[in-house]
Write a protein that binds this ligand. Structure first.
Ligand code: ADP
Ligand code: MG
Length: 201
């Protein structure tokens, strides 16, 4: 049986994560792989709470908010990610724990502590694809897609800090791919970056 892969997509809002998850899923299915696409926060009870609270200008403390993300991820890993990996499938997740490192880090928690807590609880991804875009590029795309800016999470100065924390990460599974260029060019960059795995079998 093929070995399962957990490939996660990271980057600021508007970097192109959702777009590239779909493209990579299509490519891998074309190669005969069974692919599950998923996202965090999930649609489960904790994920729904995170979305609801983020629309309300966050009455939670940073620690309480991070605890909700961890509970959401616990369910996600237990109910979807680990079973799929055990079946030898590919899981593509739109965000995973590095999003907490970057976003909750930008809000004031210690990025290294957030990372350590997650690494202790959850499987490391096979690869984390960091789509690198500036805050301005990301926001430009969010606005172009007709979205309203989320008050807490999509302000430019905040996203500049998020992008800085992402830029400083140094992890063996982290792959940086420039998010500028057309969706086709970014997809091609992702395939090149994943070549060590794609050419395995
Ligand atoms: P994210 O999931 O990272 O927030 P999306 O994939 O939703 O980003 O992309 C944000 C917006 O930008 C969408 O409207 C999408 O169609 C568009 N978009 C995605 N990738 C590109 C690209 N390479 N060039 C231009 N626009 C893009
Ligand atoms: Mg998205």
């Amino acid at each position: 049986m093929k070995k399962g892969w957990l490939i996660v997509f990271e980057g600021i809002d508007g970097a192109g994560k959702s777009t590239q998850v779909e493209r990579l899923a299509g490519f891998l299915r074309g190669q005969g792989r069974v692919v599950q696409t998923t996202r965090e926060p999930t649609a489960g009870q904790y994920g729904a709470k995170i979305r609801q609270l983020s629309g309300e200008g966050a009455p939670l403390s940073l620690e309480e908010e991070l605890a909700l993300f961890v509970e959401d991820r616990r369910e996600h890993v237990r109910d979807l990610i680990e079973p799929a990996l055990a079946r030898g499938e590919v899981v593509l997740s739109d965000r995973y724990y590095l999003s907490n490192v970057a976003y909750q880090g930008a809000r004031g928690l210690e990025p290294g502590a957030i990372l350590a807590r997650n690494e202790a609880l959850f499987p490391a991804p096979t690869a984390a694809i960091l789509l690198e875009a500036s805050a301005q590029e990301g926001l430009g795309r969010v606005l172009a897609r007709g979205g309203e800016l989320n008050r807490a999470y999509e302000q430019e100065d905040f996203l500049v800090r998020v992008a800085e924390i992402y830029a400083e990460l140094d992890l063996p599974y982290l792959i940086r791919v420039p998010a500028t260029g057309s969706p086709e060019q970014v997809h091609a960059g992702i395939l090149r970056a994943l070549d060590p795995w794609l050419s395995q079998d």
